[in-house]
Design a protein around this ligand. Structure first.
Ligand code: DQA
Length: 147
C-alpha cells in the first residue's frame, strides 16, 4: 500500500513558525514519524512539500497515474482559497484525508473555510503532529476499504 503525503505552502517552516499554534516539531521529524507509523501499518509513505501552487498541482496530476492508495494533505493556507488545488485533488479517484496541526475552527474566520471540504473523506485538525498520525491511520483504513 502506498500513501502520498502532501505538505503545502509554508509548512517547511514548521519548528520555526508560531510554536503556540504549530509546536516545535520540524517537517523532517513529522515525515520520520509518518514513515515509522507507515512501516508499522504496512504502508509505504511518500512525502512531498512545495511552496509553489503549480508544483503542487503537478505532483497531484502525477499521482493520478501512479499506484497510490490514499492521499493526506495539509495544504496550509491554500486550504482556504485554492480552487486550483481543489480541482487537481478532485481528479484523483483515491480517498483523500485533509489535516491541520492547529485547530483551524478556533482561529481566524478565514481558516474556518476549506475549499476541499466536500471532496475529501474527512478532516483532522488541532492535534499538532499527532494530526498527521491520526490522518495516516484513517487513510490506511480507507485504503483497506474500511470506513
Ligand atoms: C495549517 C492551518 C492553516 O490555516 C495555515 O495557513 C497553515 C497551517 C495547520 O496545519 O494548522 O499554514 O494548515
Amino acid at each position: 500500500m502506498k500513501i502520498l503525503v502532501l505538505h503545502g505552502i509554508n509548512l517547511n517552516m514548521f519548528g520555526k513558525r508560531d510554536p503556540a499554534q504549530y509546536g516545535t516539531l520540524t517537517l523532517a521529524q513529522i515525515n520520520e514519524q509518518l514513515q515509522a507509523l507507515g512501516a508499522e501499518l504496512g504502508a509505504q509513505v511518500e512525502c512531498f512539500q512545495t511552496n509553489h501552487e503549480g508544483a503542487m498541482c503537478e505532483r497531484i496530476h502525477a499521482a493520478h497515474g501512479e499506484e497510490i492508495d490514499a492521499v493526506l494533505i495539509n495544504a496550509g493556507a491554500w486550504t482556504h482559497y485554492s480552487y486550483g488545488i481543489r480541482d487537481a485533488l478532485a481528479i484523483l479517484a483515491v480517498p483523500i484525508v485533509e489535516l491541520h496541526m492547529s485547530h483551524v475552527h478556533a482561529r481566524e474566520a478565514f481558516r474556518h473555510v476549506s475549499v476541499f471540504a466536500d471532496i475529501v473523506r474527512g478532516q483532522i485538525s488541532g492535534f499538532g503532529g499527532e494530526s498527521y498520525l491520526l490522518a495516516l491511520r484513517a487513510a490506511v483504513k480507507l485504503a483497506q476499504g474500511k470506513p
